[in-house]
Design a protein around this ligand. Sequence first.
Ligand code: CDP
Length: 217
Amino acid sequence: MERPEIITIDGPAGAGKSTLAKEIAKRFGYFYLDSGALYRAIGYACKLKGINLEDQEEVFNCAKSLNLKLENGQVLLNGKDVSSEIRTPEAGLLASKVAKHPKVRELIIKLLRKEAKGKRVVIDGRDAGTYIFPQAQLKIFLTASPQERARRRYKELISRGFKVSYEEVLKEIKERDKLDKKRKTAPLKIPKGALVIDTTGKGIEDVIKTLIPIIDP
Ligand code: CDP
């Protein structure tokens, strides 16, 4: 059997999508597309410009004017690496707010499809297997309990020097889950044919072990 050309990983915040995507990229030579980083960068840029995030036209015009690029798991906004600025809990919520606008999603989807042309890609997000690449040969849906996801995100933020409390992180994750699941355009859901993996109590190695025979048969 051939290796999958496209691997999609969807799921809620903190389920381990980016850790898994980076590991797959490294071990099996895939190009990593971090779709959430683009929504985060747009939310961050719109906030800096004082744009009303509820106004689709304003957000779309701002997004269109930006030069966004994904490189080796980093995101470049008008040539500047903003990877660390966009990882705050605030940027996560800003991302969810701009991501509900269909015109903004259309723009990002085009960019991601263009970026993926001619490459073997692993992409993580909310609609990677349902809307962006419905033809993907391997679709994964990662999930874990909200408490476990908040614990992971809390540890990650603390280790990167952010001053946050576990309760704050849990609240932000739950709020984002709600926004992402109930929005009209491309809500978070399990793609048809996806392999569902609950990572509660599982480390990355356990998940990779399950996937090796599928990715590298
Ligand atoms: O890493 P985490 O799962 O916390 O977030 P992310 O993947 O960086 O995505 C941030 C936010 O962007 C999500 O909460 C979604 O609202 C939005 N997003 C989306 O709508 N569609 C995607 N394909 C990726 C992210």
